[in-house]
Design a protein around this ligand. Structure first.
Ligand code: HEC
Ligand code: HEC
Ligand code: HEC
Ligand code: HEC
Ligand code: HEC
Ligand code: HEC
Ligand code: HEC
Ligand code: HEC
Ligand code: HEC
Length: 326
């Protein structure tokens, strides 16, 4: 029994080590891959081994979601426990050429590749590579915190836009909960770099991000996944996941709302915040006249088009072709 499981274990380990990281078609393998490939089955020593020198890390790691899903004996050695991320203990403590997968000192590209060893089901390497954040040289650990006691990575990395301490105080008092192992709640994290967007959320009319009811990733695909190749699956589709009442179809559709012309909802609304009520781009007939130019001066002049009892259903109507009734 014992022998069988040991054999099985060795077998899957060598399979894993031998075959799991074939050279990538689009270039040489990454750093972590190389360090894993160095390891023989007997180099994997288990978490106890690490605890001898990194007791604090082993202790505080226990509550992490990674701990729960990386502790199973059924996993190949190279995906199990501490060594699943950092490489085999035997290689780290090798007398001649010690090496360890160190997410902190690798380049952002190498560091991210080391995460993607396991997260290829979240997104492929090429999805990540083509994202705005990867192009800007962010790494996974720029936003994600793997050990509970990790200090933010980017404050002392090549990407210097904010101060590490800023992440410790929430930007808005009603912060939404921090999820997905992020360094901080989203506005606080994202706001370190995207300051002008945060300013928009401070305008009179705004999506309730400061109130903690909506977060950036409700609308943004912060990093792509296999399902979502683009930033949005079309802006309108995104907006109507929450504002279902405007999803239509209406008997009488309004072209821009239906997404047939222009930028859809954004033809009339700001996404983050606006000085005008209802997140509107402008609060005069000019809003409508950007398309209905012929109506600018002669059609019931002086009034705004919707809040005078006229086009009360600018998003479309089931009863009136001119949107005069809902
Ligand atoms: C015999 C003591 C010892 C053992 C056992 C040990 N380490 Fe280390 N480790 C060290 C020392 C000393 C350093 C700091 C020196 C250095 O950077 O190489 C270190 C550094 C590290 C680093 C940081 C490297 C960097 O520069 O950022 C990581 C990650 C790490 N160890 C992980 C592990 C893991 C995972 C295990 C278990 C498989 C382990 N260690 C086992 C002594 C040990
Ligand atoms: C899911 C991947 C993952 C696992 C599993 C993991 N680590 Fe880490 N570890 C990281 C990352 C990422 C960093 C660097 C950034 C950070 O601290 O979050 C790191 C940093 C470290 C460091 C260096 C800290 C420093 O101050 O430079 C040590 C030591 C370490 N880990 C030990 C361990 C030990 C021991 C375990 C097992 C209990 C473990 N790690 C499990 C990803 C992991
Ligand atoms: C050895 C495999 C492995 C490595 C390497 C690894 N992860 Fe994971 N990670 C997992 C598994 C398994 C899960 C849980 C299942 C899932 O959500 O996919 C997980 C979950 C996560 C989650 C979701 C946690 C939650 O609260 O839902 C995040 C975020 C994450 N990993 C980030 C990272 C980052 C960043 C790195 C690189 C520092 C990394 N992972 C490296 C295996 C790994
Ligand atoms: C700019 C910040 C940022 C960077 C960089 C980043 N993430 Fe994320 N990640 C997020 C946010 C925000 C979420 C929460 C999205 C959600 O839960 O809807 C998330 C969620 C996740 C999740 C859990 C949800 C899921 O889709 O499975 C995983 C796993 C994950 N990220 C892995 C990674 C990996 C791997 C990398 C690097 C290749 C990475 N992240 C880089 C911000 C980031
Ligand atoms: C460490 C800095 C940093 C952090 C943290 C960060 N970003 Fe970015 N983000 C950038 C950079 C740099 C770009 C590239 C464009 C630019 O220079 O503004 C970018 C681009 C973007 C874009 C434009 C994407 C595109 O495809 O054009 C969006 C949207 C975005 N970030 C949202 C977020 C969200 C949401 C978060 C928080 C989960 C976040 N960012 C966290 C630095 C950051
Ligand atoms: C209600 C949905 C929504 C929320 C919530 C939201 N955004 Fe946006 N964001 C958008 C839309 C839609 C655009 C495109 C706006 C445009 O093109 O005028 C955008 C544009 C951006 C851009 C500029 C992208 C570029 O190409 O220039 C950044 C950066 C950004 N958002 C960051 C954030 C951050 C950071 C947060 C959270 C604090 C956030 N957003 C919350 C919908 C949203
Ligand atoms: C995650 C859900 C969600 C998404 C996605 C979303 N919204 Fe909202 N939106 C809200 C919430 C919550 C409010 C506040 C409602 C309230 O206070 O009654 C709101 C309010 C609004 C308002 C009214 C603002 C005011 O001052 O009265 C407009 C206009 C609006 N959203 C347009 C959009 C547009 C355009 C999009 C797509 C870019 C969008 N929303 C995407 C949740 C969402
Ligand atoms: C043709 C211009 C136009 C387009 C396109 C448009 N809206 Fe509006 N929207 C308005 C106007 C005008 C108001 C203000 C109505 C009022 O105050 O009675 C408004 C108000 C709203 C409100 C606030 C309603 C309330 O009662 O508080 C929401 C939410 C909203 N729009 C969502 C959307 C969404 C989602 C889309 C895209 C599917 C969209 N709008 C497209 C013109 C537009
Ligand atoms: C992005 C361009 C755009 C904007 C902005 C816009 N519309 Fe339209 N609207 C259209 C298009 C396209 C049609 C259908 C084609 C047509 O017949 O002109 C239409 C049709 C209509 C109709 C149906 C009658 C008709 O002429 O076919 C009314 C009424 C109307 N719009 C009112 C408004 C009002 C009120 C606003 C401002 C709240 C507005 N529109 C803003 C593009 C726009």
């Amino acid at each position: 029994m014992r022998i069988w499981s040991l054999l099985l274990c060795l077998c899957s380990a060598s399979l894993f080590i031998g075959a799991a990281f074939p050279g990538k078609a689009d270039g040489p393998g990454h750093e972590a891959e190389r360090i894993f490939q160095r390891a023989k089955a007997e180099d994997f020593k288990g978490d106890e081994y690490c605890a001898a020198c990194h007791e604090d890390k082993v202790a505080n790691f226990a509550g992490s979601p990674h701990a729960a899903c990386m502790s199973s004996d059924k996993l190949p050695l190279g995906k199990r426990g501490c060594e699943g991320c950092h490489g085999a203990g035997g290689v780290h403590q090798d007398e001649n050429n010690p090496e360890v997968v160190s997410f902190r000192s690798m380049t952002p590209k190498e560091s991210s590749a080391a995460c993607l060893r396991c997260h290829e089901s979240t997104m492929s390497a090429s999805h990540w590579k083509n994202s705005a954040h990867a192009k800007a040289d962010l790494a996974c650990v720029t936003c994600h915190k793997i050990h509970p006691d990790s200090e933010p990575q980017w404050a002392d990395s090549s990407f210097k836009r904010g101060k590490a301490d800023d992440l410790k105080k929430p930007l808005f008092t009603a912060a939404a909960a921090t999820k997905s192992l992020l360094m901080a709640d989203e506005p606080t994290l994202c706001g370190q770099c995207h300051t002008s967007e945060i300013a928009q959320f401070r305008m009179n009319s705004h999506h309730p991000v400061p109130e903690g009811q909506v977060v950036c990733s409700d609308c943004h695909t912060v990093h792509p996944s296999k399902e979502s190749k683009s930033r949005f699956n079309g802006v309108n589709d995104k907006c109507v996941t929450c504002h279902t009442e405007y999803a239509g179809p209406f008997v009488y559709q309004h072209d821009p709302v239906a997404g047939n012309s222009g930028d859809g909802c954004l033809e009339c609304h700001k996404a983050h915040g606006s000085a005008n009520p209802r997140l509107l781009n402008t609060f005069s007939r000019g809003l409508c006249a950007q398309c209905h130019t012929e109506k600018l001066s002669t059609h019931h002049p002086g009034q705004s088009c919707w809040n005078t009892g006229c086009h009360v259903a600018p998003h479309g109507s089931n009863t009136d072709p001119y949107f005069l009734k809902p």
